[in-house]
Write a protein that binds this ligand. Structure first.
Ligand SMILES: [Zn+2]
Length: 111
């Protein structure tokens, strides 16, 4: 990977992290505890609680991805093996890194 590609990848990761953080903030607003409000009604409250469960797992998935992306971001500069498949040592295609910066395996080994 050349310096230009590294810079492009880092930029892409930063944008991705920002987007995920925004998503997490939005989701957090939806998982505030349901207040027993007669105006909502029992059924929609149940509905809200169900959605909150889904949103909570989305939040933890997003936080997990933010962590992995942050990890990849620091590895671009610090890890001389960044961009190589950890299984077979082949270079991971740049297009794959752009699509999935946190991937540590080439397409073949990831399967
Ligand atoms: Zn591989």
């Amino acid at each position: 990977m050349n310096d230009k590609q590294k810079a492009e990848l880092k930029e892409k990761i930063k944008i991705e992290i920002e987007n995920l953080k925004r998503t997490v903030e939005e989701l957090k607003e939806t998982v505030n505890p349901v207040t027993p409000d007669a105006a909502i009604g029992r059924l929609s409250r149940l509905d809200t609680m169900l959605n909150q469960g889904i949103n909570k797992s989305s939040i933890s998935q997003s936080l997990d991805r933010i962590m992995k992306l942050g990890n990849a971001l620091s590895r671009i500069d610090d890890d001389p093996f960044f961009g190589e498949c950890q299984e077979c040592g082949e270079l991971i295609p740049f297009a794959r890194l752009i699509a999935l910066p946190e991937s540590r395996f080439c397409v073949d080994c990831a399967e």
